[in-house]
Design a protein around this ligand. Structure first.
Ligand SMILES: Cc1ncc(COP(=O)(O)O)c(C=O)c1O
Length: 492
């Protein structure tokens, strides 16, 4: 009998093919580094152009030109891969409050990595999270005794909304879900946080967003409608618009109002203390959660540990991030009154929300070391002492025809640019494009200052340097800006 040959297994060939080691792609930067070469600027430029997608960044200029690749930071200075040195006039992104290159933050991170590199906060705690939560409460505005950690500001914005919604569901007011926030305010990019954000141009590409958010006027006194006798009167008017919105929507449907102590977008928009007092009254009257978004203003930027303390704001919840670690690790902390936590202490009730890397042990260790620096070097006192000098130095620029307003507080100022000082004429879209993006941003960098010329509201140049700097650095910044603003005027 003829022996039948077994049929070839068709899977075998496939399995053998899959088992063959795949040749890793030959990519030039990676190859060079594997050969022990130090990457040059041109290698990094090529690779970044091929593979990197930067945030909130127009990439078209990099088709022909180079990007700035920042390679080193020390104190208030940054260096790029071409060796160009600039003052960090923005603390990275309102984060590096203790200045760059802090050895003790690096040491705290290394120590923590060897002790406990990672544990999430899901069902288990770890010592650094416990220690940090209590330490944060020690600095906090009265009554904020509970901390929910995130990895950044936007997640804390999102978490505050979700906590408020579930809290009201658990306490017998299930229809309280809506959020009121201010025009031009930025609160983050996830769908919830973006819905709370008040910048239409940032939202259009992603509509429809999460429904049930509404905007009220902000407190930009420089751009206030005519007819107000004082900033206080204007502030009370603006606060009353919140009451109007609550009544229009129905108080039984409104969960929270979000406000920054100094609003970043639109250019360091401050408010009269009477505004915040009235906001508190309104939130109390209609049982609306007052959420202070201190993503930027937290940790000393205003001259108090928190802006709420400086302006007499009494929040129910407070969002912080960025400078909690002086930017050396990603971390956010949402502070709140214990009443929001209370319903979650019963039975099977849980807040079904969290982030893998929130309260990362390394981030918490770095935050604790950062707060040690704050205490030892009295960084917040430095801001309080020197802020009036910073303001005065920048106000010297008011003699230039293009400077309409200098506003802000602490180490957080905006210079608003106008095309006619007498009429406070705004820059046109074409002028903003040419002057801010086309000229000022690259020119400031070239002249040695990393700062931000921005037009999410009106056209402004913003400065928020590390809290370690002082009058000598303010003078340097003013000296760099002056000729550039003179040139900008000629280019209008
Ligand atoms: C006021 C405010 N809220 C929220 C955010 C979002 O924070 P993050 O980028 O850490 O998510 C920012 C970011 O700059 C902010 O300025």
């Amino acid at each position: 009998m003829a022996i039948q040959k077994p049929k070839a297994n068709p899977l075998k060939a496939l399995i053998q093919k899959a088992r063959k080691p795949k040749a890793q792609k030959k990519l030039p930067l990676f190859e060079a580094m594997r050969d022990g070469e130090t990457p040059t600027d041109s290698m990094l430029q090529r690779s970044a152009k091929d593979h990197l997608w930067m945030h909130f960044t127009r990439h078209s200029p990099f088709q022909d030109g180079d990007m700035n690749i920042i390679a080193k930071g020390d104190g208030i200075y940054l260096w790029d891969t071409k060796g160009h040195k600039v003052i960090d006039g923005l603390s990275g992104l309102f984060a590096v409050n203790a200045g760059h290159g802090r050895k003790e933050l690096a040491e705290a991170a290394a120590k923590q990595m060897l002790e406990l590199d990672f544990m999430p906060l899901w069902g288990y705690a770890h010592p650094r999270a416990v220690e940090l939560a209590e330490r944060l409460v020690s600095y906090a505005p009265e009554g904020l005794t509970r901390i929910f950690f995130t990895t950044g500001g936007g997640e804390a914005v999102e978490s505050a909304w979700k906590i408020a919604k579930q809290y009201f569901k658990l306490t017998g007011q299930p229809t309280k879900t809506k959020v009121i926030s201010r025009m031009t305010a930025y609160h983050g990019t996830s769908h919830g946080a973006l819905s709370i954000t008040g910048i239409a141009a940032m939202k259009q590409a992603f509509e429809p967003l999460v429904p049930s958010t509404f905007r009220v006027p902000n407190t930009n006194w420089f751009r206030a409608p005519e007819g107000f006798k004082s900033e206080e009167e204007f502030g009370i008017w603006a606060a009353n618009r919140i009451e109007e919105a609550i009544l229009f929507e129905g108080p039984e449907t409104v969960a929270a109002f979000y406000v920054e102590p100094i609003q970043n977008s639109g250019g360091c928009i401050t408010a009269h203390p009477a505004y915040f007092k009235r906001v508190r009254e309104i939130c109390d009257k209609y049982d609306v959660v007052l959420v202070a978004d201190e993503t930027i203003t937290g940790y000393g930027r205003t001259g108090e540990m928190f802006g709420c303390q400086r302006y007499g704001i009494e929040p129910d919840m407070m969002i912080t991030a960025k400078a909690i670690t002086s930017g050396a690790q990603p971390l956010g902390a949402l502070f709140m009154k214990d009443k929001f936590f209370e319903p979650f202490t019963k039975g099977t009730t849980t807040f079904p929300h969290g982030y893998t890397f929130a309260a990362h042990p390394v981030a918490c260790a770095v935050a604790l070391a950062n707060l040690d620096i704050y205490d030892r070097e009295r960084l917040v006192d430095n801001v309080r002492t020197n802020s009036p000098v910073f303001r005065k130095t920048l106000e010297k620029l008011k003699d230039l025809p293009i400077v309409g307003d200098v506003r802000g507080d602490g180490y957080f100022f905006a210079i608003e640019l106008v095309s006619d000082k007498a009429t406070m004429q705004r820059l046109t879209p074409d002028q903003r494009e040419r002057i801010l993006r086309g000229y000022l941003n690259p020119a400031m960098y070239k002249a040695g200052l990393y700062a931000r010329a921005d037009d999410r509201g009106d056209a402004v140049v913003q400065l928020a340097p590390p809290l370690t700097c002082g009058p000598a650095e303010f003078d340097q910044m003013e000296a760099i800006l002056r000729p550039l603003l003179e040139e900008a005027w000629k280019k209008l």
